[in-house]
Design a protein around this ligand. Structure first.
Ligand code: CIR
Length: 255
């Protein structure tokens, strides 16, 4: 199996990003770009073939490619993002994805951001959030269930997406902030809770046996290491100011 990481460069307009749950702070676009370069290098080092799409200045949030498409094996579902400002990103990623998958789409009244979709084997945990509604989940299920996936809705509170609250750090282990989701929704997966001082620490990106994890959350990193998880620390502090995290800056396709 080979891994393909689809990414997009950071736009000049990045500082005009959408923000929902955090205060706007000045964003230094060049620093964000340096952090994104480091991220791309780590993906390559971990064996991904990295595809870099050009920056789109008309779309401040377009670096967050995870939100506009979800891969289920060879099928790639183009989303209908919850933020209207982001919907124009979809036809632009569609062109790039045509070569890599059998593309499917969602239609109004569905809204769905890929940040709300956590695929673990054949379980698909679907965040119900301000960006993903039941129509989005239902349309997604119509495509995914015949492919053998089981869709499991999870209410998300106090953060943007499901994957701001829970991500996979092992084949049967989920790192989660239990204040933001009902951890029981993930049964029988093992849950490692974030450290209570680090509520934003639940987003980690697992590539093979390695987990990319933000340097901003050392107490949760300790918990993960003690649980036997191999971490690759990365500074993504400038990208976090745009309410972005590690999973959202790439779309990983397994081929
Ligand atoms: C947005 O509000 O859409 C962006 N500022 C952040 C998106 C982050 N995406 C993700 O966590 N999957």
């Amino acid at each position: 199996m080979s891994l393909l990481a689809i990414t997009r460069d950071i736009s000049d307009s990045f500082a005009a990003c959408e923000l929902t749950h955090i205060e706007r702070r000045p964003i230094h676009v060049e620093t964000a770009r340096v952090q994104h370069e480091a991220y791309l290098s780590i993906l390559a080092e971990l064996g991904c073939r990295v595809i870099r799409l050009p920056a789109l200045d008309a779309f401040p949030d377009s670096v967050f490619v995870e939100d506009v498409a979800v891969a289920l094996g060879d099928v790639v579902i183009l989303t209908r993002p919850g933020a209207a400002s982001r919907r124009g990103e979809v036809p632009l990623i569609e062109e790039a994805l045509r070569a890599f998958g059998n593309l499917r789409s969602l239609a109004a009244p569905a809204i769905l951001d890929g940040g709300d979709v956590l695929v673990q084997g054949h379980d698909v945990f679907m965040g119900l959030s301000s960006r993903t509604n039941r129509a989005g989940m239902d349309q997604f299920a119509e495509i995914a269930e015949p492919l053998g996936y089981r869709i499991r809705g999870v209410e998300v509170r106090g953060c943007l997406h499901l994957k701001s609250a829970a991500t996979a750090v092992g084949p049967d282990t989920i790192l989660a902030n239990p204040e933001r989701i009902d951890a029981a929704a993930f049964f029988p997966f093992r849950i490692i809770p974030v450290h209570p001082d680090e509520p934003d620490a639940a987003n980690a990106l697992r590539i093979g046996e390695t987990v990319l994890f933000p340097t901003a959350f050392p107490k949760t990193a300790d918990r993960l290491r003690r649980a036997g998880v191999t971490l690759r620390p990365i500074d993504n502090s400038e990208i976090m100011k745009a309410e972005g995290a590690l999973t959202c800056c790439s779309l990983i396709l397994r081929r």
